[in-house]
Design a protein. Structure first.
Length: 570
């Protein structure tokens, strides 16, 4: 049982520390751990002591690994080894604020061409095992120990680089490994002031060609090569243009003269500020990478800049652009530290890079001008202003007045409204409209002649009317002439009630058109409904026939699309 529990405990520890991202927090966290593979490891936190101590990281082939210390604990990441020989990249970042951070660390950096090995804010107790010309470009204060590569090397070491816009070129009429390495050597020696480098070309770990070079003029070099295949000793020359080599590139050892002060984080030297050209108001400010800020301090026109305050140390990468402030201290080792309060984010995490080889003395000049200006001028004012005026005010103001307000306002008013509105009006309408008009129609209509039935109807009506008139005349002979006039008007109206469209009004014609339209719509709807119901009956018969065929087991035949639609709806 005890063995099982021990096995489970070991398995759980391995599971916690074996992953892509690992966080080691707490006292003695991840101590004596061995990691194999690709990892991103963070060591330390608040109240975490001795994290990641005596560990081993074997970063796998073609992998990328990182280790970062953080927090306020002491003794973070000590006595440890990193093996990244076959990896693509490795990066160690020492950002713990406690004491003795990143002590006794050995890093075997990647050895393949194009790989990278970085050490950010590393102390000199970190040793980096690097292949010359392959990696280890950003190492802070770490020690570099160059070793021979033990992996397969293929191609140029270091990589070819003949300057911006290919400003360094060889003089041979052809390109081969010797000539290409010669122009790279020219840019390193003339442009970067890097000497004593042997440029090599490998083929599967087999060193084929190698060259070295030396200057023969201000902008030219001589390259001596060695052909290990046939023992040849080729020799070439290369030159660099004047526009690709700056004065800053000609300064020897500029990367080794800076000292980083890490004990006064968040503070700056109490020294005069140095204006940097290029800023709109020529202040002591620049936005740039650490290398760009160092270059601005060195190339500052007065030559007094020897202190660089870099903001965001440990938060921003050295290759990232960020805030930089510049100062000039007369004695680079004798000044006071004050809180960094100049504008810029992460001012509390700033650290100072010192250029101790620069001293400057502030000159004090006393300009004494002993000049007396005499003005011998007398201004006389002989004027007497007499003011002899006496203002007497002997006035007594008496206010002995009694104001009596004894007023009674009586409102004793009775309003009587006793009004009767009589409307006694009779509207008499005694108006007789006399219509004594005879309308004579003496018009021959061709339409009536073409329709004998209508003419007969009209003639019959006229005959009947005439007969009725005769009978009425016999019965009431003594009626007044007014009534006879009415009868004559009735006869005229009977004649007007024919089917002549010219006698119809516009309203009557519209009404007849509406009736005709309603009749047409009703007829069409009846006809369409009849067709629709016939189609529905036909589809129902087809559905019944299909269902009967399916029930009988006879193979079915694909229905037309309309039948499919009906079946799906059912």
């Amino acid at each position: 049982m005890i063995k099982i529990l021990l096995f489970m405990l070991l398995f759980s520890n391995a599971f916690l520390c074996n992953g892509e991202s690992i966080s080691c927090t707490g006292h003695d966290a991840c101590k004596d751990q061995i990691w194999n593979g690709e990892y991103d490891i963070t060591c330390g936190a608040a109240n975490s002591e001795r994290t990641c101590k005596s560990t081993t990281l074997n970063c796998g082939s073609n992998k990328d690994c990182t280790i970062k210390t953080q927090g306020s604990g002491h003794d973070a990441y000590q006595n440890s080894v990193v093996n990244a020989k076959e990896s693509n990249s490795f990066k160690l970042t020492c950002q713990a604020t406690g004491l003795r951070d990143c002590q006794s660390i050995t890093i075997w950096c990647p050895q393949s061409p194009g790989s990278t090995c970085e050490c950010v804010s590393c102390p000199n107790s970190v040793t980096m095992k690097c292949v010359e010309g392959v990696s280890c470009d950003s190492v802070s204060n770490a020690n570099i120990d160059y070793v021979e590569a033990d992996e397969i090397l293929d191609g140029y070491i270091p990589e070819l680089d003949n300057g911006p816009d290919d400003c360094c070129k060889h003089t041979a009429p052809w390109d081969d490994p010797f000539t290409l390495m010669c122009q790279t050597c020219a840019y390193d020696v003339i442009g970067k002031l890097k000497t004593d480098i042997t440029y090599k070309w490998y083929s599967q770990n087999d060193l084929k060609y190698e060259i070295t070079c030396y200057t023969t003029g201000e902008y030219s070099v001589r390259c001596n090569g060695k052909n290990n295949d046939n023992g040849g000793r080729p020799s070439y020359t290369a030159t660099c243009g004047t526009d690709c080599i700056t004065d800053y590139d000609k300064i020897p050892g500029k990367e080794y003269v800076w000292l980083k002060n890490t004990q006064n984080q968040g503070k700056r030297p109490d020294c005069p500020k140095v204006g940097i050209p290029g800023h709109p108001t020529n202040q002591n400010y620049k936005w740039g990478t650490l290398e760009q800020c160092k270059k601005s301090c060195i190339m500052e026109p007065t030559g007094k800049c020897n202190m660089l305050s870099r903001y965001g140390e440990g938060i921003k990468e050295l290759t990232e652009q960020y805030h930089c402030r510049f100062y000039a201290c007369p004695e680079p080792f004798n000044f006071n530290w004050i809180i960094q309060e100049q504008w810029g984010n992460e001012a509390s995490s700033c650290q100072t890079y010192m250029l101790p080889i620069r001293h400057n003395t502030l000159q004090h000049c006393d300009n004494i001008i002993n000049k007396t200006n005499w003005v011998n001028e007398t201004k006389w004012k002989n004027k007497t202003n007499w003011v002899n005026e006496t203002l007497w005010r002997n006035q007594t103001k008496w206010f002995n007045e009694t104001k009596w307000i004894n007023k009674t306002r009586w409102i004793n008013e009775t309003r009587w409204i006793n009004k009767t509105n009589w409307v006694n009006k009779t509207n008499w309408v005694n108006k007789t409209n006399w219509v004594n008009k005879t309308r004579w129609i003496n018009k021959t209509s061709k339409i009536l002649e073409s329709i004998p039935c209508r003419n007969n109807i009209v003639s019959n009506k006229l005959e009947n009317n005439s007969k009725n008139n005769d009978i009425n005349n016999d019965k009431s002979i003594d009626k007044s002439s007014d009534k006879n006039n009415d009868k004559s008007s009735d006869e005229v109206n009977i004649e007007d009630n024919g089917l002549n469209l010219n006698n119809l009004t516009t309203r009557e014609i519209i009404f007849l058109c509406i009736l005709l339209s309603l009749f047409c719509i009703l007829s069409c709807s009846i006809y369409l409904n009849r067709i629709y119901y016939e189609k529905v009956e036909e589809l129902n018969r087809r559905i019944k026939r299909i269902n009967s065929i399916q029930m009988s087991g006879i193979p079915t035949i694909a229905a037309i699309p309309s039948e499919n639609v009906i079946i799906k709806r059912n």
